[in-house]
Design a protein around this ligand. Structure first.
Ligand SMILES: [Ca+2]
Ligand SMILES: [Ca+2]
Ligand SMILES: [Ca+2]
Length: 409
């Protein structure tokens, strides 16, 4: 029976074709063929069990267990990045918090935001969605945040805005995990912008004094702000981020050209509140005496409660004309699969460092079980640094270093 299972189930086809050890590959089940083959396997097993197990209750339980296992394999462990097609606009966008320009009518709505940990978590209490446009001058974003109780308190630039409810955007223009920035805005349209030379988990720290040169932000409230006596509908954010402000981090590619793809993600922070003496206050957890943890609702799920992982952000495809069909991951990022392999090895190196006080110098050291004999992984390491590379089918090399920078040569 076990042998039958192993023979019949198919792993992710990308891993099979890549030549990489499957242990390093985090499955991304975008492959319809894989779904079809596995579904066929389930049906075969169910038919087999119907013959072998006469008792109906046991039979049903077993079938349920197998279906749950299959579903968890398919959906439980991966959060494929989302892809959005941003249309180039000719019309002027007036940054006032209203999307009443004709250009916004042409822009596509994003999917509704989901929990930061992924779609397996409960659907967010309030709906959030966004649109993106671009032209030669700037990147334009419009977001709609449903909220029956709109409030804000911070009015000074570069204070920590996520202590209020906020809307956040993260941009890594060249997608190398380094030199990216974050912008947070509350319902008062107060901005908090910061620059990261590398993610916190790779040793980076925030440069809050850095500002987006020429940033325009405006918000509008459908309802009233800081007034608990009524029920509000939503607040909206409209913003323009000039390409010039990002030129240093996307050399020669800001503004992008038709067909270029950038790594971007969006997040909404939402606190639980209660009304005390006619004012909104953060709800306090009686066990800890502190506010309940905030909710984080995002466009492209991160899988963990951490936005500072650019490698799991979504893809924004800049286009003159949107494609009628959806763009696949490998169209958005032709080296997606190589990057997943390198990121998995990066994580293994960090674990190895903790245990051995140095980085592993070979793939064999990283996985002593000996299952991994991939020929196409190259590791250079010292006690404090490493560089791992792999060659792609079309003759490029993808690299990752000990500070989590990923790049292509
Ligand atoms: Ca407007
Ligand atoms: Ca970058
Ligand atoms: Ca700043």
């Amino acid at each position: 029976m076990l042998r039958f299972l192993f023979l019949t189930f198919r792993g992710p086809t990308d891993a099979r074709k890549s030549g990489y050890p499957e242990i390093f590959y985090r499955p991304r089940h975008e492959d319809i063929e894989t779904l079809r083959v596995n579904l066929q396997a389930i049906i075969t097993i169910i038919l087999f069990l119907q013959d072998k197990i006469p008792d109906m209750k046991n039979r049903t339980n077993l079938i349920l267990i197998i279906i749950c296992f299959w579903a968890s394999q398919l959906y439980g462990q991966s959060h494929p990045p989302k892809i959005y097609q941003s249309i180039k606009t000719n019309g002027k966008i007036n940054i006032d918090g209203f999307a009443n320009e004709a250009a916004w009518d042409r822009a596509l709505w994003s999917d509704d935001f989901v929990d930061i940990e992924g779609e397996a978590k409960p659907i967010p209490k309030y709906k959030t969605r966004m649109k993106i446009l671009w032209d030669e001058n700037a990147l334009y974003i419009f977001a709609q945040l449903e909220d029956p109780h709109v409030w804000a308190s911070i009015t000074e630039r570069d204070q920590v805005i996520f202590y209020d409810n906020d809307f956040e955007i993260f941009i890594d223009p060249d997608g190398d995990n380094h030199n990216y920035f974050e912008l947070e805005v509350n319902a008062f349209s107060t901005a908090f912008d910061l620059f990261m030379t590398m993610p916190y988990n790779a040793g980076g720290s925030a440069l809050i004094g850095w500002d987006i040169n020429g940033l325009e932000v405006a918000t509008q409230i459908t309802g009233s702000i800081n007034n608990p006596k009524d029920i509000d509908e939503r607040w909206t954010v409209e913003m323009a981020i000039p390409w010039q402000s990002m030129l240093a981090y996307a050399p020669g590619k800001s503004p992008p050209q038709n067909g270029d793809v950038w790594r971007i993600n969006f997040s909404r922070v939402q606190w639980q509140t209660e009304i005390v003496d006619g004012e909104y206050k953060k709800a306090i957890n009686p066990v800890t005496g502190k506010p309940f943890p905030e909710s984080n609702w995002v466009w492209s799920p991160q899988g963990v409660i951490d936005m500072h992982r650019p490698e799991t952000w979504g893809y924004i495809a800049f286009t003159d004309q949107p494609s009628e069909r959806e763009i696949t991951i490998l169209e958005a990022d032709p080296f997606f699969k190589e990057k997943q392999v390198l990121l998995a090895l990066y994580n293994k190196q960090k674990v190895f460092l903790k245990q051995n006080k140095r980085y592993a110098e070979s793939l064999y050291e990283l996985d002593k079980q000996g299952r991994n004999t991939a020929q196409n992984i190259f590791i250079e390491a010292t006690s404090k640094q490493f560089l791992i590379s792999t060659n792609t089918e079309n003759g490029n090399t993808v690299y990752i270093d000990h500070q989590k920078r990923i790049w292509l040569e």
